[in-house]
Design a protein around this ligand. Structure first.
Ligand code: XMP
Length: 170
């Protein structure tokens, strides 16, 4: 495994993103909806920097299945979502790859009569997007490689690593 982004750089960037989000939402309550499972660590670190009127919700979406690094069919499970009607929502995911997951989730949340919707991702893979979609907050642009750590997994392993690493083919 090769370290792509060390832990201290991630922490620094998450704090910067939090400052930006705090500025943007200083005058309205915010609900951050994290996409399970990959955004868990990012969400937990980010919200601890935010001195705001804040609610947290979760939604599950998965497009990678087991021991494969290619996307499969997307399933969305909204059972864990709190009431979002009339709320200002920031949808938070770990990584923007093809963009299909976030686009589908945005479409889904927009059916819930929310007051506003923005999106944030920790990582955006360069040259992979299949849909024109620009997150409102992006942590890092990264090359097209399969990455693990800081919430991202391979077959549900490596999520606990405090840094981001590139998984080698073997
Ligand atoms: P799309 O293609 O819909 O993909 O933008 C978003 C979801 O795919 C997963 N994904 C990854 N997971 N390492 C991972 O551990 C990666 O390099 C990677 N690329 C995409 C992730 O679940 C994300 O939410």
């Amino acid at each position: 495994m090769k370290i792509l982004i060390p832990a201290d750089q991630i922490q620094q960037r998450v704090a910067e993103l939090a400052r930006q989000i705090a500025r943007d939402y200083h005058d309205r309550p915010l609900t951050i909806v994290g996409v399970l499972t990959g955004s868990l660590i990012f969400l937990a670190d980010l919200v601890r920097h935010l001195d705001l009127h804040l609610r947290i919700g979760l939604i599950q979406a998965s497009s990678y299945r087991g021991e494969t690094t290619t996307p499969g069919e997307l399933t969305i499970s909204p059972e864990l979502l709190p009431e979002l009607r009339g709320r200002h929502v920031l949808l938070l995911d770990d990584i923007l790859d093809t963009g299909q997951t976030l686009v589908r989730l945005v479409e889904r949340l927009q059916t819930l009569e929310i007051a506003s919707l923005r999106t944030g991702v920790l990582l955006r893979k360069i040259g992979r997007q299949q849909v024109a979609f620009e997150p409102d907050y992006t942590g890092f642009d990264i090359p097209d490689a399969f990455v693990v750590g800081y919430g991202l997994d391979y077959n549900d392993e490596y999520r606990h690593l405090p840094y981001l690493a590139v998984l080698k083919d073997e």
